[in-house]
Design a protein around this ligand. Structure first.
Ligand SMILES: NC(=O)c1ccc[n+]([C@@H]2O[C@H](COP(=O)([O-])OP(=O)(O)OC[C@H]3O[C@@H](n4cnc5c(N)ncnc54)[C@H](OP(=O)(O)O)[C@@H]3O)[C@@H](O)[C@H]2O)c1
Length: 237
């Protein structure tokens, strides 16, 4: 948990794999399946530490599924910790323009949607004719029709999400960085070059001028075979 201006919110950790040239997917925005088995184990371990995982709608559209916990040791650790076997899978989508036939809706995981009033209305109409469903729909509007992140994170915390893993993509991470809602980054540098002007990177959005760039503190570096696992904490004054 993180207390900012006396407002409790989930403690957040971004977990991403990127190519050596800093891309999280290729120019076709294909699912990022370029990391090793060690990285997938690392990702599952981070997910197992969380009460909820948050990802952008484009990430879900790219993969069609989410990563649940299947490792028996991680499941046992969660049981010993008195938490449900699977963290809540939270999709963020302003439009809620999601295909209810995606395999995601058949996975044995709790599913929440974080959206706007317009998105919630759209989804309820969509659902009337199709199978996909969310266990909970959270609405947090800004006056301009976007997502009010501070409000959304307060509500997540009140609903029991003390630790939140953020699984991308770059647009979501940019929005959360701009709202100063990120505490840590795990970045896995993988040995390949993807290139491409429009291939997504860990942080999209408008970007920060270097004078306003967010600073990181390096917590650890680990090399496993050809990959480098970097763990950073956001510096706050
Ligand atoms: N290498 C990795 O570890 C990794 C991990 C995850 C994803 N990826 C890749 O990253 C790519 C997707 O990343 P992306 O940057 O294009 O998209 P993204 O962040 O996954 O999703 C963007 C979408 O999420 C919703 N969203 C995000 N921020 C929002 C905000 N502030 N307000 C309202 N809605 C918001 C919007 O959905 P609506 O359009 O529905 O409103 C937006 O279009 C895919 O190619 C995927 O393969 C790679």
């Amino acid at each position: 948990m993180y207390r900012h201006s006396a407002t409790p919110r989930p403690y957040t950790t971004v977990v991403l794999a990127m190519s050596t040239d800093g891309k999280i997917a290729d120019v076709a925005r294909s699912p990022a399946r370029f990391s090793s088995k060690s990285d997938r184990t690392h990702l599952e371990t981070q997910i197992a530490l969380a009460d909820g995982v948050l990802f952008g709608a484009s990430t879900l559209r790219a993969y069609g599924t989410t990563l649940g916990i299947s490792n028996p040791q991680l499941l046992q650790l969660r049981q010993q910790g008195g938490v449900p076997p699977q963290p809540i899978q939270i999709v963020c989508s302003g439009s809620a323009n999601l295909d209810p036939q995606m395999r995601f809706f058949c996975q044995q995981v709790p599913r929440w949607l974080l959206t706007t009033t317009a998105g919630a209305t759209h989804w309820q109409k969509e659902q009337a004719s199709d199978a996909g469903s969310f266990d909970r729909i959270l609405v947090a509007d800004t006056s301009t029709g976007g997502i009010d992140w501070n409000h959304a994170f307060q509500e997540l915390f009140q609903l029991g999400v003390g630790r939140l893993a953020i699984l991308g993509g770059g647009e979501l991470v940019a929005a959360l960085l701009a709202a100063d809602l990120i505490d840590e980054f795990w970045l896995t540098v993988c040995p390949l070059i993807l290139g491409g002007r429009t291939a997504p990177t860990p942080v999209e959005g408008e970007g920060f001028l270097s004078t306003l760039a967010r600073s990181l503190e390096l917590l650890s570096v680990q090399t496993i075979e050809q990959e480098v696992f970097l763990h950073y904490r956001l510096q706050r004054s």
